[in-house]
Design a protein around this ligand. Structure first.
Ligand code: F6P
Length: 317
């Protein structure tokens, strides 16, 4: 086969490990592989280069993506996608492995509908692709968030402050929930829990009156203005309060072993599926087993709210 591989959407640590797995697995089976630079935008513009084993040497342990990435909202238009299909025909490419999040999956689905064989691989720090228990990049972002929250705890405790820490996740609360548990946050606020401001302020005030030196609040992005919330906490609770937005630091760094392993497994699995003639599916790991789900279904699946973890938080925070 002649297989193309691209990364699209927000970059995620482990994308390189996945590119490497796709390229090496395909070459080992006698395929030709083409790296497509800058996501669907690069595909439309014809930024394709044939890869050898060596082109993916020394990348496994690095964050980011050697292919570059982009968001291309215009890919929703058939005329734009037609340009992509023309490029694939020009290079005689049979199939595409598309590594990214839900926007990437939508693009892969549309190309599948236009007769191109596509496989979606979940690469995003958000862990918001319900067809896989974990997405490539989540473990590393979680590590980064935990390291930062631990550091903020040191200074919060020294100054007897409340720290509000906003983590990424777009509309998914997993980064907040997991990092909050791992760092012993007093409060974890996500889309699932919602923000009950009155309850939070009252509870912080009680904590302060009970002599607790500091408080850590971990909150998902896109919920509220955390700087404004910090002002309200400060004026009501008795704690001095500081807000920190962790931001893009969560997207970088060397992937954890968990992300490298997941990337290797899913990259090789994507190639195996293409060899079987499969198309239009998203690969994932469910209960530690490889699983392929039609992309259409993957895009509409809703993640089970983290019932057990949310109960755990209520008991131990
Ligand atoms: O999807 C990954 C992510 O980092 C989200 O957590 C965040 O909301 C978004 O990307 C930021 O996107 P951009 O890089 O376009 O600012």
């Amino acid at each position: 086969m002649r297989i193309g591989v691209l990364t699209s959407g927000g970059d995620a640590p482990g994308m390189n490990a996945c590119i490497r797995a796709v390229v090496r697995a395909a070459l080992a089976s006698g395929d030709q592989v083409f790296g497509i630079y800058d996501g669907y935008r690069g595909l439309v513009e014809g930024k394709l280069v044939e890869f050898t084993r060596k082109d993916v040497s020394e990348i496994l342990n690095y964050g980011g993506t050697i292919l570059g990435t982009a968001r291309l909202p215009e890919f929703q238009y058939e005329a734009v996608r037609k340009l992509a299909v023309d490029q694939l025909k020009k290079y005689d490419i049979d199939a595409l492995v598309c590594i990214g999040g839900d926007g990437t999956y939508t693009g892969a689905l549309r190309l599948h509908e236009m007769g191109i064989k596509t496989i979606g691989v979940p690469g995003t720090i958000d862990n918001d692709i319900a067809s896989s228990d974990y997405t490539i990049g989540f473990s590393t972002a979680l590590n980064t968030a935990c390291e930062a929250i631990d550091k903020l705890r040191d200074t919060s405790s020294s100054h007897q402050r409340c720290s509000i820490i906003e983590v990424m996740g777009r509309h998914c609360g997993d980064l907040a929930l997991y990092s909050g548990i791992c760092c012993g946050a007093e409060y974890i606020i996500t889309n699932e829990t919602g923000l009950d401001k009155e309850k939070l302020l009252k509870s912080l005030k009680e904590n302060r009156l009970n002599g607790r030196r500091h408080a850590i609040v971990v909150i998902s992005e896109n919920i509220t203005d955390v700087y404004q919330l910090a002002k309200e906490v400060e004026s009501y609770s008795g704690y001095e309060c500081r807000a920190t937005i962790l931001g893009y630091i969560q997207r970088g760094g060397n992937p954890t072993p968990e992300d490298r392993l997941l990337a290797a497994r899913l990259g090789k699995y994507a190639v195996d599926l293409l060899h079987e003639g499969t198309s239009g599916v998203a690969v994932g790991v469910v209960d530690n087993k490889l699983k392929a789900t039609p992309i259409e279904e993957a895009l509409t699946m809703v993640s089970e709210p983290n019932v057990e973890l949310n109960k755990l938080v209520q008991k131990i925070s």
